[in-house]
Write a protein that binds this ligand. Structure first.
Ligand SMILES: Nc1ncnc2c1ncn2[C@@H]1O[C@H](COP(=O)(O)OP(=O)(O)OP(=O)(O)O)[C@@H](O)[C@H]1O
Ligand SMILES: [Mg+2]
Length: 486
């Protein structure tokens, strides 16, 4: 289900807009999402591509509508803003419209035809503005380039693909996102694996918001470091007094997101006994709150994520095989950034635009030198690390500049400029004065690289290095390397 336009309604009382949103949904390719608080709205704006926001000023006691729209003007300038008033005087209306640079405003009660026409026209205007911007940007880039030398003229403003907030051009990500779009059409569980910062959560959110469940809640639960009691009560709910500290009844996430999706992050971390409870839920769709003997049914889709390899954990008997099989209705592996270097320029450009918007900076682009340098780096923190780096550089640069290597953080600038190897790996440069120091440095780097490559799967890393697993474990201990990522 691909949407052409997404409308976000922010209101403390969305039911008042039912007629209008129903009529909007009759426009083909349109979807309406609802947020009842400013925080929920910000989260949605970071998760899905929103085109137009209707913001209700009549329920302002539930959230600061003016602040939300003003912030949106800076953070997402191209999202159309339409405030909806209820009883405000002309002066207030005029001032809000001016401050938020609103496209138009509506007044309550919002009539279906009125909303329909306004939204349709607004989106048409936005599309025209977008095309105008593209054309004039091309003209502007030509003009700008004439002022710069040949190297800088190679500044890239690449075309990219999108799956909600996931930006990519690589073949690997295209395949992944296409498969995920297919998976979104079903209600089967999804297991997403990949290193830290690769975009697992972004992918989970994109799947939910492209599924039939997009109008129902997506709830996120991090399973790392949670004792069973607490995790159980979060997910299944509890009756008052079920355990020390259970003061009132609590509806668990599974029931609260009935009809929607629950995203279980760091699934590898759940205890063996909790694995049993979760398996039962996946098999029967039954929820029994802690301390209650009533069985309730609920229909939620599970998306789980892990940066450890569950198959490996199953092999080590640390994770139940039956649960693993249940979870991987679809199984996706988000590749590390160093294995899809083509994505670096488009991501860098995307983060440049994003953070320029957020910090009200006007930068011209990213120089070719900088892109070359970034392409040679292995990004152990993946996309998150790239984003942090760009954010830092945007903060340091001056308006009217291109980002260049001189804006790089000291850590990245210090790295030797290494030609990309077969897998885009960095060249290993041993450090030290004596032979033992050099050998140690070489070993640390090679072992670290193998571990990273195999996502801390020690058997595979050992095989790759041509040593035994015990031998590898000894080296990890001797050099005090992280044995696993967490
Ligand atoms: N393809 C992408 N396009 C745009 N932004 C991305 C992409 N991939 C990741 N990001 C950004 O990188 C950051 C990390 O992404 P996310 O939280 O989804 O990673 P993760 O795999 O869940 O990481 P972790 O395992 O550490 O929880 C986020 O800020 C996200 O917006
Ligand atoms: Mg995550």
């Amino acid at each position: 289900m691909d949407h052409t336009s997404t409308i976000l309604l922010i209101s403390g009382s969305p039911a008042d807009f039912q007629v209008a949103t129903d009529s909007l949904s009759t426009l083909p390719g349109y979807r309406t999402l609802v947020a009842t608080t400013g925080d929920a709205a910000s989260e949605l704006l970071e998760t899905v591509e929103v085109d137009l926001v209707l913001c209700d000023f009549a329920t302002s006691e539930r959230f600061d509508a003016l602040r939300v729209l003003e912030h949106l003007r800076g953070s997402h300038p191209y999202v159309i803003r339409i405030p909806v008033f209820g009883g405000q005087d002309a002066q207030t209306i005029g001032s809000v419209v001016a401050h938020t640079a609103a496209y138009q405003y509506l007044t309550r009660p919002v009539l279906a035809d009125q909303a329909y026409l306004l939204v349709k026209r607004a989106l048409e205007t936005r599309e025209l503005a977008r095309r105008h911007r593209l054309i004039s940007r091309e003209l502007k880039i030509d003009e700008d380039s004439a002022l710069f030398n040949a190297r800088q003229r190679e500044t890239v403003r690449p075309q990219s693909f999108r799956f909600e907030k996931l930006v990519y051009v690589s073949e690997k990500m295209s395949e992944l996102c296409n498969a995920a779009r297919q998976a979104a059409k079903t209600s089967l569980p999804v297991l997403i694996q990949g290193e830290t910062g690769t975009g697992k959560e972004l992918l989970a959110r994109a799947i939910h918001f492209n599924s039939e469940r997009s109008a129902s809640p997506l709830m996120v639960q991090n399973c790392g470091g949670m004792p069973d009691d607490l995790l159980g009560s979060e997910l299944f709910g509890h009756k008052r007094g079920a355990f020390t500290g259970a003061i009132g009844d609590r509806l668990g996430l599974f029931r609260a997101s009935d009809g929607g999706t629950v995203f279980l992050d760091e699934i590898s971390e759940i205890s063996p006994s909790f694995q049993v409870s979760l398996l039962r839920f996946l098999q029967e769709g039954e929820v029994k709150a802690l301390g209650s003997d009533r069985i309730e049914h609920c229909d939620v889709r599970i998306i789980a994520a892990s940066n450890k390899d569950l198959a490996e954990l199953v092999e080590q008997r640390a994770f139940r095989q039956d649960l693993y099989f249940r979870l991987k209705g679809f199984q996706f592996e988000v590749p590390p950034l160093r294995e899809r270097k083509e994505d670096v320029p488009v991501l860098a450009d995307f983060f440049l635009q994003k953070h320029c918007g957020q910090m009200s900076r006007r930068l011209l682009g990213i120089s070719k030198d900088l892109l070359d340098r970034l392409a040679g780096y292995s990004f152990p923190g993946n996309v998150r690390e790239l984003e942090n780096e760009i954010r830092r550089m945007v903060a340091c640069a001056q308006d009217g500049e291109y980002l260049t290597v001189r804006h790089l953080s000291p850590e990245l600038a210090r790295l030797p400029v290494a030609p990309a190897g077969e897998h885009g790996d960095q060249v290993i440069v041993p450090q030290g004065a004596t032979l033992p120091e050099l050998v140690k440095s070489l070993e640390v780097q090679l072992v670290g690289k193998a571990l990273q490559k195999h996502r801390w799967n020690q058997s595979r890393a050992a095989r790759d290095l041509g040593i035994s697993r015990v031998g590898l474990a000894n080296k990890i201990r001797r050099y005090e390397l992280p044995g696993s990522k967490s």
